[in-house]
Write a protein that binds this ligand. Structure first.
Ligand code: C2E
Ligand code: CA
Ligand code: CA
Length: 816
């Protein structure tokens, strides 16, 4: 009977025992290294097999070399089958135990159970190996020792794997190695102590000697080689995986640094995401990994191997909102070699927003945000299409602000912009459902009226617009608040009567609008056939006038005003003459209103003033010149300067200049006009009220300013004879003029009878074809030198002295 203590110290060959210990320690160190690799990712099965081989081979070799170290010469041989079987069983059972413990390492039960199985592997290996001993006798076991050995082995095994896998502290690995050694050693020696041998014969002993050494060497080398392979593999793998981990870290940094979201998925299940994707999908670490179609639809269809797919999709956030995104899909190989898919995802919200802004800008006016000309044309086209289908008329309104240019000139463009914005708001405010207002540019608006029955609806709408604009608009003009009264002229064209295309409708609405403007601003007009021709001729006149101004072909004719008593020329009225290459001779009554409407009256008025002053300088003093001024010329701020310059330039004294204005001047913008009239008067200039009797003929205008002269319109003069009422009107005007200390002039005196009657009424001056027709500038001197200017042949009022008897003929001077 052998017992444990004897077994170690007495019965063993110590060097061989040490070898066994070396194998055991080295083997289990290698095994824990390999076990560490199983913990890492990938190839787990291969590492588990290697671990089984390592641990099994270690336990087996330790056992085998210990057996050989056993100081007995009794062992004759080893049964090869049982010996090999013990190795295979050891490897298999220990491998299985390791696998169980490692794969479920989070569970203490499995760690302990797996460890116990590892221990049982050692038990199986030991006792199978023992069974393979060929001895010259019979082996008997002490059941107590056997049980103890089994219990110890299972216990140490369980403790070893639990320690190794639970990793409770830094020394887990060396401690586990110790426990594994304890498991093997305790089993071996307790197992050996359980052994009893009954010998049969002694002769058979010798043969084993030689084979024992050889076996020791072979087993040791083989087992050490296995362990070396395991160790090297584990260390190399660890090194490699450290590098791979560093590499992976680099890739992670790279992918997290990407602006695009990157998602790796396998069959729709998310495998990995970068930071950008986390943000986009509002994922945090705790968010459960839903399948990818929780966010994106349509990714179920798998890609073909080389296919790349770029698509625009709506991505749902976890909060339920969606955002537009571009996704780019590509197949990739995953770490385990299987196919997966990489999805790059780019948030298009900002781009879509800027796209929408650009699209909006392309169709809207930036100042008012109203539709622009392009969008208006599109909307009008669909309205027209609808109207053509339903036979339901619609109207187009052209709205143009009156005198907007003046607002810009006086208050600045910023104030002009503010005004336009307010006008846009006010017009928008009166629109019905389906009506559209667009800003076509400048102060030009266009409306599409579809909400009411036409044409009445459009007429009412135009009136609503005029009402809405009637209230003054407050604007900020360089820090000062200015109150602007604005008006608009509106033209209306109704489909299908006034046009069958958008262009035609717009054109005709415009024509009607110009008509409204010409016929007194702040009004609306429906388009009428025939308006276009008028507009075209207006346009031709405007172009012709521009050419004439440039070429200097506008000329002045002069018509004398004579004293009704002595028939002495006192003054010459400057009257514009224009002969155009295409249009021929155009009358001032035709071209002056056009010049007023298009603003050309400003340069023309200045030309006339300068030329008239120059011409008058050639005449004998105190012969005066009268120049007609349009109300429009008073709207700017530079009239006084222009007049002063004309006087200074020519050298004509202010006293020799008369300026003729009409009542309309005092109707529009009365205060400003009065201010300027006073300034002109201060220059010594005489101011005449022209065409008296044709306009409003209000006495209040006459009282508001001290005119020097009143010119009775030729209408009254023409109807003097045979119209008692006219005669009394003229008489009343003459008397009134005298009472207001104004000179009174009768215009359009054509007959001697008229002249006589006017003289009779004490009219101060006469002007008309009877005295002279307007004449060219160079003819004035001759006219003055000619005794015919005395008009001696005219019949006179009773009691008037005859002046000069040399000329008896009634003469008129024609300029042309
Ligand atoms: P007006 O100021 O009343 O000028 C007088 C007009 O009566 C002139 O016509 C003249 O030729 C015409 N006239 C003179 N005597 C007679 C007559 O005995 N019988 C008839 N039937 N007509 C006579 P004109 O030159 O065609 O000018 C028409 C209007 O054009 C002028 O009326 C004036 O208002 C405007 N005008 C002419 N030149 C200028 C100008 O330089 N500036 C401005 N602002 N207006 C001008
Ligand atoms: Ca005149
Ligand atoms: Ca006149």
């Amino acid at each position: 009977m052998y017992r444990i203590a004897d077994c170690i110290t007495v019965d063993h060959d110590i060097p061989l025992l040490l070898l066994a210990v070396v194998i055991c320690v080295a083997g289990f160190v290698a095994s824990t290294l390999v076990a560490g690799r199983v913990r890492g990712e990938g190839h787990a099965a291969r590492w588990t097999v290697l671990l089984g081989v390592c641990a099994g081979a270690t336990a087996w070799s330790t056992h085998f070399v210990s057996m050989l170290a056993y100081r007995t010469s009794l062992v004759v041989a080893y049964d090869p089958i049982l010996t090999v079987a013990s190795l295979i069983v050891g490897i298999g059972v220990m491998g299985f135990g390791c696998h169980m413990a490692i794969t479920r390492r989070s569970s203490p039960v499995f760690r302990l159970l797996g460890g116990a199985i590892v221990g049982s592997g050692v038990v199986a290996l030991h006792y199978l190996g023992m069974a393979g001993l060929q001895l010259p006798g019979e082996l008997h076991y002490d059941l107590g020792y056997v049980s103890a050995s089994v219990l110890m082995s299972l216990g140490f095994g369980a403790a070893a794997l639990d320690t190794l896998l639970a990793r409770r502290h830094a020394f887990s690995s060396p401690l586990a190695v110790g426990l594994l050694i304890a498991m093997t050693v305790s089993l071996h020696f307790t197992g050996m102590a359980a052994l009893e041998l009954q010998l049969h014969s002694v002769e058979e002993q010798t043969a084993a000697g030689a084979s024992r050494l050889a076996i020791v060497v072979a087993v040791s080398l083989a087992s050490l080689a296995t362990l070396a392979i395991g160790t090297v593999a584990a260390i190399a793998d660890r090194h490699l995986s450290n590098r791979l981990a560093a590499e992976a870290e680099r890739f992670r940094t790279l992918s997290d640094g990407a602006f695009e979201g990157l998602i790796v998925h396998r069959n729709g299940a998310i495998v990995d995401v970068n930071i950008a994707a986390r943000k986009l999908l509002s994922l945090d670490d705790s968010t459960p990994t839903y399948p990818l179609n929780r966010w994106i639809d349509g990714i179920e269809t798998p890609l073909r191997p080389d296919e790349e797919l770029i698509d625009e999709v709506d991505v749902r956030c976890l909060e339920g909102e969606t955002f537009p995104a571009e996704i780019c899909r590509r197949r990739i190989r995953l770490a385990d070699g299987a196919w997966g898919e990489l999805i790059a995802i780019r948030d298009l919200t900002a781009r879509k927003k800027s796209d929408a802004t650009i699209a909006h800008l392309a169709l809207h006016d930036p100042l008012t945000d109203l539709p622009n000309r392009r969008l208006f044309a599109e909307l009008a086209a669909s309205a027209l299409e609808r109207a053509a289908r339903t036979d339901c008329p619609f109207a187009m309104l052209a709205v143009d602000l009156d005198n907007f240019k003046i607002v810009n000139d006086i208050y600045g463009h910023d104030a002009g912009d503010q005004l336009i914005r307010v006008v846009a708001e006010r017009i928008t405010g009166i629109l019905g459902d389906g009506d559209v207002v667009a800003r076509l540019g400048g102060d030009e608006f266009a409306l599409l009226a579809t909400s009411e029955v036409q044409p009445d609806g459009a007429g009412a709408m135009a009136q609503r617009i005029l009402n809405a604009l009637a209230e003054p608009v407050l604007v900020d003009s360089g820090g000062r608040v200015a109150s602007l009264s604005i008006n608009a002229s509106i033209g209306i064209a109704v489909y299908p009567f006034d046009g069958r295309s958008i262009d035609e409708m717009l054109r005709n609405a415009d024509t009607a609008m110009y008509r409204a403007k010409a016929g007194g601003k702040g009004s609306s007009r429906f388009f009428e056939a025939g308006m276009n021709e008028a507009l075209e001729s207006r346009h031709r006149i405007e172009l012709g006038l521009r050419r004439a101004i440039e070429a200097g072909t506008l000329k002045l004719a002069y018509q004398p005003l004579v004293s009704s008593n002595a028939r002495e020329p006192i003054c010459f009225e400057a009257l514009l003459r224009w002969t155009d290459e295409e249009l021929g001779e155009v009358e001032p009554a035709v071209f002056i209103p056009v010049a007023e409407a298009c603003g050309l009256i400003m340069p023309i008025g200045e030309l006339v003033l300068r030329q008239a002053c120059r011409d008058a300088c050639q005449w004998p003093a105190p012969m005066r010149v009268a120049v007609n001024l349009s109300a429009a010329q008073f709207k700017g701020d530079d009239l006084i300067d222009i007049v002063q310059n004309a006087l200074a330039e020519s050298g004509l004294p202010g006293e020799r200049l008369e300026l003729e204005v009409t009542e309309s001047l005092l109707i529009e913008n009365r205060d400003k006009a009065l201010e300027q009239l006073n300034a002109l008067k201060a220059l010594g200039i005489r101011i005449a009220m022209d065409d008296f009797g044709t306009g409003y003929s209000s006495l209040s205008y006459l009282r508001s300013f001290r005119f020097d002269k009143l010119k009775i319109d030729r209408y009254f003069v023409a109807n003097l004879e045979g119209n008692a009422q006219n005669a009394s009107i003229v008489q009343a005007v003459v008397s009134m003029g005298q009472s207001l200390s104004m000179q009174v002039v009768a215009e359009g005196v054509e007959t001697a009878e008229q002249a006589a009657a006017l003289s009779e009424m004490s009219c101060d001056q006469l002007q008309g074809f009877l005295i002279a027709k307007p004449m060219a500038a160079h003819e004035v001197q001759r006219f003055l030198a000619s005794p015919s200017s005395r008009l001696t042949g005219l019949p006179r009022a009773a009691g008037e002295p005859e002046v000069g008897a040399d000329s008896g003929a009634t003469r008129t001077h024609a300029p042309h």
